[in-house]
Ligand binder design. Structure first.
Ligand code: AMP
Length: 422
């Protein structure tokens, strides 16, 4: 048997309904907040990610699925969505029509990380990006959208972490201070961090090696070194979070694993998830559009991990599976043929209907009806056809009544009305 590739998975019926529910809730929220959907391809030029995400990030250095296509152009499977959405914003000159664009997307991402619980090599994200707005109101609005989703999904044990990463004006001073701090402890850092501390010291914060994390205790924090504009921006974001009554924790260590962030950075954590506890993350990236060859337009966005959200809700998954309203148990070929036409007619009427077309025994068909979770069973056999009736059984009350054959469709419609759309 040929098996799945490690780190990849199937999402099967029974689970998928929950995924669809989460996607539907998110689609509804995004549309209420004025976002339009965008779909970008899975394959992009590698350069988009190395320039966008940063050449010295874990994602670009170690985790991308990259290959040379026939003409030797290096292509990569997208490890995240923002760089692609920015590319589309620039390539289609979306900014020329209106620099302000609010876009959301959903789809698979690929990172060659070490697979473990909650960490896959193909995983799914819901992303939202806003271009063209500097105001801290938008940072707060994006966090509000995220928290609205969490609320609608009835999550309670989650924590919102926020930080500011400063801007090109105030970050260099912080980097320098951090570099000095790291240099004093260079022998305690892993080889990757030793190398990175010289070129991109912020990345040491993402390192998963425990000795590196320990070395960071007491490291300088950027919030103490923010310039006045960044400080004002950050306080305004926090002020709006207070007004929306969104609880948060300030986390001066939160840097996010991508180079493009400026100012606000945030992450939503769920303690129930264990080691891989980040459900969503995002922030502002005011320099990215320009860095990728577009106009100097600011951006801010987030990514939600759908796999992790679904695993948090997995005990509720059976509740999202749609059951038939009616199961038709038909015995004998004449009854089977008549029932098969009812089956299709009722489906056209929006009534979820199933039947066993293999003409198994009544006992077997009743077992199937029971297993399907249908609310009603319509029973018809040779004897019923002779008598010109079918039997209607309510599966919850076990009550039965007879229905004239020619009235079956109208009767079922009347009796299942209201449940057809649930
Ligand atoms: P990031 O931009 O890396 O913080 O990713 C955003 C969100 O995507 C995270 O908060 C996770 O929920 C999810 N995520 C990232 N990497 C993985 C992965 N390898 N497997 C499953 N979910 C992931």
């Amino acid at each position: 048997m040929i098996q799945l590739v490690r780190g990849f998975k199937d999402i099967l019926p029974g689970e998928i309904e929950l995924w669809q529910y989460i996607e539907d809730v998110m689609r509804g929220i995004c549309e209420d907040f004025g976002f339009s959907q965008i779909r970008t391809p899975i394959l992009e030029r590698t350069e988009l990610f190395s320039r966008g995400i940063g050449a010295t990030t874990d994602i670009v250095e170690k985790e991308m699925y990259t290959f040379a296509d026939l003409k030797n152009a290096s292509l990569s499977m997208r490890p995240e969505a923002t760089a692609s959405v920015v590319r589309a914003y620039i390539e289609h000159k979306m900014y020329a029509r209106n620099p302000v664009q609010k876009l959301y997307s959903m789809g698979p991402m690929f990172r060659r990380e070490r697979p473990q619980k909650g960490r896959y090599r193909q995983f799914y994200q819901i992303n939202a990006e806003v271009f063209g707005l500097h105001s801290p109101k938008i940072d707060a609005e994006l966090i509000l959208i995220l928290m609205t989703l969490m609320d609608k999904l009835s999550f309670s044990d989650i924590i919102l972490n926020v930080n500011s990463l400063g801007c090109e004006k105030c970050r260099p001073a912080f980097k320098e201070k951090l570099q000095t701090y790291l240099n004093e402890r260079i022998e305690t850092l892993c080889p990757d961090c030793r190398r990175r501390s010289a070129i991109n010291p912020l990345r040491v914060f993402d390192c998963k090696v425990s000795s590196c994390q320990e070395s960071l205790e007491g490291a300088p924090t950027i919030v103490d070194l923010l310039c006045e504009e960044c400080q004002n921006h950050f306080s305004a974001v926090l002020d709006f979070l207070d007004r929306f009554q969104i609880p948060y924790q300030l986390n001066p260590r939160l840097v996010r694993g991508l180079d493009y962030y400026t100012r606000t950075a945030f992450e939503v954590l769920a303690s129930r998830l264990g080691a891989q506890n980040a459900v969503a993350g995002g922030g502002r990236y005011d320099g990215l559009v320009k860095a990728l060859g577009g106009p100097a337009q600011p951006g801010v966005g987030f990514a939600i991990g759908l796999d992790r959200l679904a695993s948090l809700l997995s005990d509720r998954a059976p509740g999202f599976v749609k059951r038939p309203n009616v199961f038709i148990a038909a015995l004998g070929s004449r009854a089977q043929d008549r029932a098969f036409v009812w089956l299709q007619t009722l489906r056209f009427e929006g009534i979820r209907t199933e039947m066993d077309v293999e003409d198994r025994s009544l006992k077997s068909q009743m077992r199937q009806a029971d297993k399907s979770g249908a609310s009603y069973v319509l029973i018809v056999g040779e004897r019923e056809l002779e008598e010109g009736v079918a039997v209607w059984r309510d599966m919850s009350t076990k009550e039965q009544k007879t229905v004239p054959l020619e009235e079956v469709v109208t009767f079922v419609k009347k009796n299942v009305a209201g449940s057809a759309s649930d």
